[in-house]
Design a protein around this ligand. Structure first.
Ligand code: ACM
Length: 740
C-alpha cells in the first residue's frame, strides 16, 4: 500500500460502475452497496457503463483482460481525487477489492454523510489459498439461515473455505435421497440428562427429539450463496469412525452384530466403525455421488480421525478380510479404506482430504491432510509430499473459551485468546522452503458439543477468525500484534453495525477485587486481556467516559462500592462497560470459573442440561475429577458456607479412562459436597448434603456452618458419590461472615 496526499469523498449517490452486461460485477456492486448502507447509512448507486475510462467522481469496478493480472484472488485498488478504481483479473479479486474498499469506508463507526478515503494504491493478494473455518453442524444443528449469515461474516474476512462437518456419531445432517433413514433416523436424538428425558413431546408421548438436517434444495442454495462470496464449502463425510448415526440408520454398515438402536447424545470417541464389506463401500460411494452433485468443491473431506480399531480387531470377519487382502494391521486397513475412497473421488475429478490420522495407514499421494493433533501431521505430510492445512488444537480450536472468568459462554476449557491465535506461526520452522509450500493454509475449527445456541458459534468465531484471516492473507512481514490491535476497534464496530455476535474478551475490562478484612475495604485491580488502551472508571454508578478518573494502580474502595469501567482509545470506549458491585459478600464469593481446579487436566466449561428452556448455569469442571480449590482465603470470622450446585449427565465416551475416575464414598444416601481445609485430604470443615439438590435438574443452593478457623487457608471442594453419572458440579460458592 502506498499512501499519497489528498482524498476522495464517498457520499450518498456516489456511483459504482460496472461494465455493461457484467452480471458478476453487478452482483458485487450490489453487495458493496448493501454493506455500505448497513454500516454507514450511505446509498451508493450501482450503474452500468464503460469501466475503461478514468473514474469521474465515483467508484469503478474494472475487470482486467488478463485473468492472471492480479493472481487468482488478488486485486488493485487506486484512490485519487477523481475517484476509486478496483481492478482485478478474476471475479474473486474484484470481490475482495470491494471488501477492502468497504473496510476503508468503515475505519470509524457510525452513520455518516460522506467518508473521505485517502489517496492510495493497493496491490494485494493472499498468502495462502486455504483460509478456512470448520463448522460442526452435527453436535448442535444450525438453521440454514444461520449458515448463510455465517458465510456472510466469513466473506468479510476474506475467508474462502467452509469445511462443513455434516456427519458424526450424534447425527447425520445431509439429506441423501438413496438412503432416507440416514436423516429420518440418523438426524435425531434424545438429548442427554434428566431434564431432557422429562421433556415429553405431546405428539409422541416420548422425550422430545433434538436434531435436524439440511435438505438437498437447502444445500444447493447455501452452496450458491457461498460461491457468490468466494467461499468453497468442503463437505465432510466422516469414515471409518464417527459413523454411529449412519450405523444406527443402517446397522449392516457396522462392524458389530448389534449396534445401538438410537443415535447417542454422548460426546467423545465411540468405538463404532464402518465395516469393510463391498456393500459398505457401495453405500459410501453412493453417498459421495450425491454429495459431489451438491458440492462443486474440488476437495471432499472424509474425516478419518479417532477411528479406534477395537471392533475391527474383534471381528473375525474383518480379520479374515484383512488377511485375504494381505493387509498387515488395522491402521493399514484404514489406509486401504481411505485409498479406496480416494480412488473413487479421483475418478470423479475430486480430491480427498482427511484429518491427520489418515497418514498412519498410508495414504494416496495426492491426499491432503488437515493437521489437528498439533502441527505434527502437517510436518509429516509436507515432508512426504502431501499438502496440508494447519488447524491444530488447541490454538485453532475456536470452541475453546477465549478468556478466564464467568462471563464466557460454554466451551472447551483451554483459554485460547485472540493473541494466541494471532501469534500462531503458520510456517513450521522444521520445514524447508519447498516443504513449506505444501502448507496450503489455515483453518479454525468450531466444534459444537458445547455450543448449543447458534449465535454462540459467531461468538466463538469472531474476532478470533479476524486474527486467523490476517495470518492466512497477509504477508509474513506485516505480522504485528499492536497494529492488529489498533485496527480491532474498527472491526468490532463493523460487527456491531452488522449485528454479528462477537466476543469483546480481548478488550473488556476485568475487575478483580480482594477483600481487606481488617480495613473493611477492597483492593481493586482493573485490566484487559490485550493490555490495550487506557482504563477509565466511575464509582458513582455513571457510565465511564474519557473524562472519568484514569486507572493507574490498584484502588482501595470502601464497602460497599460499585465500579463501572471500560478501556478507551482516542476518547472512545472500546467495549460495553463492565459494572461490578463490590460488597463483603461479593468479595467472599467465587464462580466455578474463578476457583482453581484440583487437577491440571484441561477442563470443560460445561453448560447445565436444565432448565430445558431458559438460561442455564455454566460450570468450569474437570469431568474426570470434579474438584475445586478456593485459594488463599482469610477464614477468620466466617460462620457458614453456601454453594450453588448442579448436576450434569456424564455423557462422555472416554473409553478405558473411565476407570481413572475415583468415587469418594458418601456418608448419606445422596452424597455430599465436602469442604476440606488446606488440601483435599485435609480436615473436613463443612459438609453440605446433596439430598435437597437431587430432584432439581437446575441449580440448588446448599448451606452449612463452618467449623471456626483463624487465618488464611486454601479450601478444597469435593463431592462424594456412588456413581460417575451424574457429575455434580459447583456453580458458585459463598462464604458468609458472622453477623457483625
Ligand atoms: C478432531 O478434533 N477429532 C478432528
Amino acid at each position: 500500500m502506498v499512501l499519497s496526499d489528498g482524498h476522495f469523498s464517498v457520499a450518498g449517490g456516489t456511483p459504482v460502475l460496472c461494465s455493461t452486461g457484467d452480471g458478476d460485477c453487478a452482483w458485487i456492486a450490489g453487495y458493496l452497496t448493501k454493506l455500505v448502507k448497513q454500516t454507514r447509512g450511505l446509498s451508493l448507486v450501482p450503474q452500468d457503463g464503460d469501466t475503461s475510462a478514468p473514474p469521474h467522481r465515483g467508484i469503478v469496478l474494472r475487470r482486467l483482460d488478463d485473468p492472471k493480472a492480479t493472481g487468482d484472488e488478488g486485486y488493485r485498488l487506486d484512490v485519487t481525487r477523481d475517484g476509486i478504481v478496483v481492478s482485478a483479473g478474476t471475479r474473486a479479486g474484484l470481490f475482495y477489492g470491494c471488501v477492502t474498499l468497504w473496510e476503508l469506508l468503515t475505519q470509524t463507526e457510525g452513520r455518516a454523510l460522506s467518508v473521505d478515503v485517502a489517496d492510495m494504491q493497493i496491490t494485494d493478494e493472499p498468502r495462502f489459498t486455504w483460509r478456512g473455518l470448520m463448522l460442526d453442524s452435527v453436535r448442535h444443528f444450525q438453521s440454514p439461515a444461520f449458515i448463510k449469515s455465517f458465510i456472510d461474516a466469513m466473506a468479510l474476512h476474506k475467508l474462502n473455505v467452509l469445511q462443513w462437518h455434516l456427519t458424526d456419531d450424534q447425527g447425520w445432517r445431509i439429506e441423501i435421497k438413496k438412503y432416507p433413514r440416514l436423516t429420518s433416523v440418523g438426524a435425531w436424538r434424545v438429548p442427554a440428562g434428566a431434564g431432557a428425558a422429562a421433556d415429553i413431546d405431546q405428539a409422541t408421548g416420548k422425550p422430545r427429539l433434538y436434531g435436524g438436517f439440511y435438505a438437498q434444495d437447502e444445500i444447493r442454495e447455501i452452496v450458491a450463496y457461498a460461491q457468490r462470496r468466494n467461499i468453497t464449502i468442503v463437505p465432510e463425510i466422516e469414515m471409518p469412525g464417527h459413523a454411529l448415526a449412519a450405523i444406527v440408520a443402517y446397522p449392516q454398515l457396522g462392524s458389530v452384530k448389534n449396534p445401538p438402536k438410537q443415535v447417542s447424545s454422548d460426546w467423545g470417541v465411540f468405538p463404532y466403525l464402518y465395516n469393510v464389506d463391498d456393500s459398505t463401500f457401495d453405500f459410501l460411494e453412493n453417498v459421495l455421488t450425491e454429495v459431489m452433485a451438491l458440492f462443486p468443491s474440488h476437495y471432499i473431506h472424509v474425516g478419518g480421525d479417532e477411528a479406534v480399531k477395537d471392533q475391527w480387531k474383534a471381528s473375525p470377519k474383518i480379520q479374515a478380510q484383512m488377511h485375504a487382502l494381505d493387509i498387515k494391521n488395522e491402521d493399514a486397513l484404514q489406509g486401504y479404506f481411505t485409498a479406496r475412497i480416494g480412488k473413487f473421488l479421483a475418478a470423479h475429478g475430486r480430491r480427498l482430504i482427511g484429518w491427520d490420522e489418515i497418514l498412519e495407514g498410508g495414504v494416496p499421494p495426492d491426499a491432503t491432510i488437515t493437521s489437528w493433533r498439533g502441527i505434527d501431521g502437517a510436518i509429516t505430510a509436507a515432508k512426504t509430499g502431501h499438502d496440508a492445512v494447519l488447524s491444530p488444537a488447541p490454538t485453532l480450536y475456536f470452541d475453546n473459551r477465549q478468556a478466564e472468568g464467568p462471563d464466557e459462554p460454554p466451551g472447551r476449557g483451554a483459554i485460547v485468546s485472540l493473541k494466541d491465535v494471532y501469534d500462531f506461526n503458520p510456517v513450521p520452522a522444521s520445514l524447508t522452503p519447498e516443504q513449506q509450500a505444501h502448507i496450503i493454509g489455515l483453518q479454525g475449527n468450531i466444534w459444537t458439543e458445547h455450543i448449543r445456541q447458534q449465535d454462540l458459534v459467531d461468538y466463538a468465531a469472531f474476532p478470533r477468525a479476524a486474527a486467523l484471516a490476517e495470518l492466512a492473507w497477509s504477508p509474513a512481514g506485516t505480522h504485528n500484534w499492536q497494529s492488529f490491535l489498533a485496527r480491532l476497534p474498527a472491526q468490532l464496530g463493523r460487527y456491531r453495525a452488522l449485528g454479528i455476535t462477537h466476543s469483546e474478551s480481548a478488550l473488556a475490562v476485568r475487575v478483580s477485587a480482594q477483600y481487606e478484612r481488617a480495613a473493611h475495604s477492597a483492593t481493586v485491580s482493573l485490566s484487559n486481556q490485550a493490555d490495550f488502551g487506557v482504563i477509565h472508571y466511575t464509582v458513582d454508578g455513571a457510565q465511564p467516559t474519557a473524562n472519568s478518573p484514569l486507572y493507574k494502580a490498584p484502588l482501595t474502595l470502601p464497602l460497599p462500592s460499585k465500579i463501572t469501567t471500560a478501556a478507551f482509545v482516542g476518547g472512545t470506549a472500546l467495549t460495553t462497560p463492565t459494572a461490578k458491585d463490590i460488597t463483603v459478600l461479593s468479595l467472599l464469593s467465587r464462580d466455578s470459573h474463578d476457583l482453581t481446579l484440583c487437577t491440571k487436566n484441561i477442563p470443560l466449561s460445561l453448560e447445565d442440561d436444565a432448565p430445558v428452556n431458559g438460561p442455564r448455569a455454566v460450570f468450569l469442571v474437570d469431568i474426570m475429577n470434579p474438584c475445586w480449590i478456593y485459594p488463599h482465603v482469610d477464614l477468620t470470622g466466617l460462620a457458614s458456607i453456601e454453594a450453588g450446585v448442579g448436576q450434569v449427565p456424564f455423557n462422555f465416551q472416554v473409553g478405558d479412562d473411565i476407570h481413572k475416575i475415583a468415587l469418594l464414598p458418601p456418608q448419606t444416601p445422596d452424597g455430599e459436597l465436602e469442604v476440606h481445609l488446606d488440601t483435599c485430604t485435609g480436615p473436613r470443615i463443612a459438609v453440605l448434603p446433596l439430598a435437597p439438590a437431587v430432584g432439581n435438574d437446575a441449580i440448588t443452593t446448599l448451606r452449612a456452618t463452618l467449623t471456626p478457623q483463624q487465618g488464611v487457608h486454601d479450601l478444597c471442594f469435593v463431592f462424594t458419590r456412588r456413581s460417575i453419572d451424574p457429575i455434580w458440579a459447583i456453580d458458585w460458592v459463598q462464604l458468609v461472615p458472622e453477623r457483625e
